[in-house]
Ligand binder design. Sequence first.
Ligand code: GLP
Length: 241
Amino acid sequence: MRIYKASDYKDMSRKAANILSAQIIMKPNAVLGLATGSTPIGIYEQLIEWYQRGDLDFSEVTTVNLDEYKGLSPGDEQSYSYFMRHHLFNFVNISRDRYFLPNGLELDCEKECTRYEKLIQSLGGVDMQLLGLGHNGHIGFNEPDIVFAKGTHCVDLTESTIEANKRFFATAEDVPKQAYTMGIKTIMRAKKILLVVSGEDKAEILREVVAGPVTPQVPASILQLHNDVTLVADQDALLLL
Ligand code: GLP
């Protein structure tokens, strides 16, 4: 794992955006795996700025997102589809038929998970997967468990994740209780992984992810076994490493 230390959130965003843009420049038709949450917002802002300056071209890029709440439509302001359009897709020249997320409106888990997994395979796999980190070590919505999840699947969100994500909803009751997420196997198949982490509140879990045992109780710890992971974290998040 390569570790880049950033001075603060802005620096982390810029460094990570540099790595993503290098991927797009080196392979204009790259398949990018994208993430939601507050951590990647600064990265997307930076990519938009470079696109607007004429330094980046998304016309041949394809993206697949990690996850989506089950039951939310793409038009719902809390859906990850809405998030991606309002933080990135609407501001760059990615064509509508080249970005994909799990379909929150499909209530048949097996059908949707099979469709999404096949879609990723049909694209030739993910060249670079961007990941944020949940406070309990989750990546995508792969929550701590007794085994590592495999392919795309439907999860019951843990209380701590519902608690952490309620800031985006009117009340905790409004947070969906289930989500579709790429599995650990799906994520580990990506050719390159870019993990971004910011803030002192993530320092303890980041230490477990990077230096602790590989265990499904800390899903992101599996990244220690991937051969091309870059971690960009600010110094607050790296405090215990
Ligand atoms: C959500 C997302 C994850 C994300 C995590 C951390 O649960 N499903 O993909 O990494 O939140 O979010 P944040 O970056 O806001 O801390």
